[in-house]
Design a protein around this ligand. Structure first.
Ligand code: SF4
Ligand code: SF4
Length: 151
């Protein structure tokens, strides 16, 4: 009798994943593209409901993924080293969950087989994120939020 095959995200470390596996581990929530404000003295980071100007707040995808680093100077490359270092990734993030040895939730596209479940479960920023392009810089602090609970 054949043994069931474990999915790659349980079998591999972040560092062992190939490019296709890596991309698929992103659930498409768009939360890492929310504008964050760092207190210069305390280094504390506040999350806002404002999204990077390149984020399509409907699809929750970057509108120019291939050129994102040229267009947005503080866009952060999410690779294995970054995932191990960054402490502001949302608790629902697929990379963070695997990093911490946790299971992906039912709504993760790799589990559900459907890219829409991240939106249906209310985990993505769809419906509440506002493009930073629509807000004056001096008013950004008005949009500070606690990390939304999802999943
Ligand atoms: S928070 Fe994580 S899962 Fe969500 S879009 Fe960003 S990298 Fe992908
Ligand atoms: S440039 Fe694209 S990937 Fe980078 S933060 Fe903005 S929307 Fe997200």
């Amino acid at each position: 009798m054949q043994q069931p095959v474990e999915p790659f995200w349980r079998m591999k470390t972040l560092e062992q994943m190939n490019a296709e596996e890596w991309e698929s581990l992103c659930d498409g929530c768009g939360r890492c593209c929310l504008v964050k404000l760092e207190d210069e003295e305390t280094k504390e980071v506040d999350l806002t409901r404002l999204a990077c100007r390149l984020l399509d707040v409907g699809s929750c995808r970057c509108s120019d993924y291939a050129n994102r680093f040229e267009k947005v100077h503080d866009c952060i490359k999410i690779d294995a080293a970054a995932v191990r270092e960054i402490d502001w990734l949302p608790s629902t993030c697929g990379y963070r969950l695997v990093r911490d040895g946790k299971e992906l939730a039912w709504w993760h596209p790799l589990v559900s087989g459907d890219p829409n479940t991240v939106h249906e479960a209310g985990v993505s920023v769809r419906g509440w994120a506002i493009s930073e392009a629509k807000v004056k810089a001096k008013n950004v602090h008005r949009y500070i939020i606690k990390e939304p609970v999802g999943g």
